[in-house]
Design a protein around this ligand. Sequence first.
Ligand SMILES: Cc1cc2nc3c(=O)[nH]c(=O)nc-3n(C[C@H](O)[C@H](O)[C@H](O)COP(=O)(O)OP(=O)(O)OC[C@H]3O[C@@H](n4cnc5c(N)ncnc54)[C@H](O)[C@@H]3O)c2cc1C
Length: 398
Amino acid sequence: MTTTTAMVIGGGIAGPVAAMALRRAGVEAVVYEAYSGTADGVGGGLSIAPNGLDALEVIGAREAVERIGTPIEGMVMQSWTGKRLGEFGSPAHLPAMQFVWRDELYRALYDEAVRQGITVEHGKRLVDATDTGDGVRVSFADGTTARADILIGADGIRSTVRGLLDPAAPRPRYAGLLGFGARTSSSGLPGTGGRMHMVFGKRAFFGYQIEDDSSGGWFANLPRREPMTRAEAVSAGADEWLRVLRDAFADDRTPATRLIELTDPAGLVITGALEDIPTVPVWSRGRMVLIGDAAHPTSPSSGQGASLAIESAVELARCLRDLPHDQAFAAYERARRSRVERIIALAARTNSDKAAGPVARVLRDLLMPTAMRLAKPEKFTWQFEHHIEWTSPAAVPA
Ligand SMILES: Cc1cc2nc3c(=O)[nH]c(=O)nc-3n(C[C@H](O)[C@H](O)[C@H](O)COP(=O)(O)OP(=O)(O)OC[C@H]3O[C@@H](n4cnc5c(N)ncnc54)[C@H](O)[C@@H]3O)c2cc1C
């Protein structure tokens, strides 16, 4: 039986994209978001990779995202001494990555979804779901209920739907790093030529990009053995974190301390613990399925979290267009699982370099220049070249 209606839980990135893609696939989807409004002013920077842009093209949302993005022409890797270790970027035959502020991305996708006729209901926190055999019935914290043929969990790394599908599902794993970031309006620093600089600092990792008008942004990953919830990190206060970060980067010969000094405490984004889940064993059960961070949460070090969420949303819609839901869920998982888990594993390796202790750090600093010299950017092209053949029919899984 074909799927005609869907409930999408979560109005972040994967949710609105899934609803727009489903509409093109002939499935009417409503998005239910827990928060009462869009995430204006919340969250740091994200990159949308060429593969994410390619998937957005399918749903006609690429332009909306590029409008709010700043192209990243390359990523310059540096050591804390200021030494340039190497440069990576989108392969020449692909478009540049786009740097976007998370809240602006959410707003752009929300606006585009509404423009395309999608209903997004805010203040709807899913608390329970029941597969009734011929559909799914959900209840929200506000006491209301809803029903549709299928349920799509796009509710992020702390997914409620994941727990309903599989009560034994693994919990997010701490990467040993806390995340911070901020925008800068006028740093007085020279522009970085459209390049994001990534510095393996002596005590912490620092990324920054400065535009020609000296505005820009930075982010930092601070090693910390004990995990901390976002609420705990926020309660420590922005002034205190800016002091800690200034100390952490004091020895580095980079603009880190200057950018931190220029940061207004009110503008400091405290992301909290960097987390991932290497593998989420159950992606679907009955009429319920997971996408985005709910299915494959990768730490921000991959630079692919948002792009993978977009890809999965579009791929699932393609499968639902051509197959009954059970076959569609299996075909979708087969198309996605190995790719996303490979990227999660690569990011976990980067996190170990970022969180290196004193001994490992010495080794890292010794070996990295050679490793970078020998590293072939082509080795990473597979991440960026991924393309969803939207018009070709989804195959019945073996
Ligand atoms: C607060 C926050 C800050 C982040 N900051 C950064 C950053 O600075 N840099 C970076 O690289 N990555 C960041 N990320 C991660 C990155 O945004 C994700 O990889 C990407 O957003 C994945 O998209 P998604 O749609 O799967 O999940 P999300 O974007 O997390 O969206 C999930 C949505 O589901 C909603 N939701 C959750 N539970 C329920 C429920 N029970 N019922 C209804 N709705 C629900 C949430 O409110 C949210 O809007 C952040 C994520 C969050 C949540």
